[in-house]
Structures are given as structure tokens and as C-alpha cells.
Write a protein of this length. Structure first.
Length: 239
């Protein structure tokens, strides 16, 4: 069976700067896959190129989603296919309420009558958001904003979500809560690809992983194997 998402000989250039150098990746339907690596490895660039948030002229090679080449698609067109990204740093609309933020995620949907029911599902998953539904998003804690950003992606009923650094800036107890929600989302059938600086939690959460170094895939495999790999342990797991 063909992968849900595939990168074939994918490169990205910022002008003359070659930041991602011919990588190949696959994510199968229903999987949870992580990309780990140091800052500047090309992880975020890869994610944003997939979701159409990078300058398309910098993209070379193929990005294939559900058998269709999507390199060159802009973000709204990628999202309409059911591939949604949660950006690093959340990027909620600070002057809109929690509920207004969530509803912005449904702007591509044509089944308005079902949105209210799905909103209830988001609130059931993240009860804190329901408690704060009329509160301005800019006044939420970092963890609550991360939950809101994930909820906003989910209300579009995606087939796959991309998450960029979901643990960034969060207290450990909130990180556990966020990753519990990500695991549940995956178990309910949404395919997940995420970039994460905390390599230990990433490899303990995902099924498979890719290790990126200076724009290239240096290693890939099942997370249980990467966790005990001596090179990975030394470079990313503190010994």
C-alpha cells in the first residue's frame, strides 16, 4: 500500500542556501512518525514545505499526499486536502476568543451543521478550553494555547496533522497532557508527523523516527531501536 505522505528526493533552498538536501521520507496511514535533530537541521523547513507555508520556488523534488504531487501548493490548498499543521509557538489569534479561534479552523468545511457537534468533541478532549471558551486566546497559558492550536487543526477533520515542537516552552506536567492528547488523536485514526526537540519524549511517543543532521536524513528506524542506538543516545538523549 502506498504511503499517505511521501517525500522523494526533496530539497529546499533559501535563495542560494541549500537547507534540505535530497531527503526521502514516508508516513503510512495511521502512523505516528517523528523527526528529531539539532536546531538548524531542516526539520521545521521540511514540515512547512509539506504544508505549503514555504516559498514554493525553494522546493525541489516531490511531496506526495494520497498519491497526488502537492509540491507548489499553497497552505489553504494543502489544508483542504486534509493535511493540517500546528505551528511552532502556537500562533493563536490573540484578540479572538477560544471558540472564535476554533471556528477559524473550520473555514474550509462545507458541512456547517456538523461543526457544532465537532466543537463539543474538542471541548470534551480539552475541558479547559470549554471553561475558557469566551476568554481571549492571548490571555491563555502556553499549554492552553497549544491545546487550542491542536483543537483548531482538528476541527478541520484532517486525515493527517503536522506538529512543530509541541512541547516548546511548556511545563513538564503540561507536556505529558499534550502528548497524551496527541496519542489519543492518533489512536482515533489521524496520522501524525511531528518535529520535537525533546528527543526522549518524541521517541517514546512515535512509532518510527527520522534523525536529521544539517539538512539530511542521517538515520531512520523504529523508535524502539533508535532509543537504544548508541549514536542517538550520545547525540540526543544525554548519553
Amino acid at each position: 500500500m502506498a504511503p499517505l505522505l511521501e517525500l522523494q528526493d526533496f530539497h529546499y533552498y533559501y535563495g542560494n542556501i541549500h537547507t534540505v538536501k535530497g531527503i526521502n521520507m514516508q508516513v503510512n496511514e495511521g502512523e505516528m512518525v517523528t523527526i528529531i535533530g539539532a536546531n538548524g537541521a531542516g526539520k521545521t523547513t521540511t514540515l512547512q514545505a509539506i504544508s505549503g507555508l514555504k516559498e514554493t520556488k525553494g522546493v525541489h523534488g516531490k511531496i506526495i499526499f494520497e498519491g497526488k504531487e502537492i509540491q507548489g501548493y499553497h497552505g489553504h490548498k494543502v489544508a483542504a486536502l486534509g493535511l493540517c499543521q500546528v505551528l511552532e509557538g502556537r500562533h493563536v489569534f490573540s484578540k479572538l476568543t477560544v471558540e472564535e479561534n476554533l471556528l477559524t479552523g473550520a473555514y474550509l468545511r462545507k458541512d456547517a451543521k456538523n461543526i457544532k457537534e465537532d466543537l463539543k468533541g474538542i471541548y470534551k478532549r480539552f475541558p479547559r478550553l470549554e471553561e475558557r471558551r469566551t476568554q481571549l486566546a492571548g490571555t491563555l497559558s502556553g499549554g492552553e494555547q497549544q491545546m487550542l492550536a491542536i483543537g483548531r487543526a482538528l476541527i478541520n477533520k484532517p486525515k493527517m496533522i503536522l506538529l512543530d515542537e509541541p512541547s516548546l516552552g511548556l511545563a513538564p506536567v503540561i507536556v505529558k497532557e499534550v502528548f497524551k492528547a496527541i496519542r489519543e488523536i492518533n489512536q482515533e485514526g489521524v496520522t501524525v508527523l511531528f518535529v520535537e526537540q525533546n528527543s526522549k519524549i518524541a521517541l517514546n511517543t512515535a512509532n518510527r523516527g527520522y534523525v536529521m543532521q544539517v539538512g539530511e536524513v542521517a538515520m531512520e528506524g523504529y523508535c524502539k531501536d533508535l532509543l537504544v542506538n548508541e549514536e542517538v543516545k550520545k547525540a540526543y538523549l544525554g548519553g
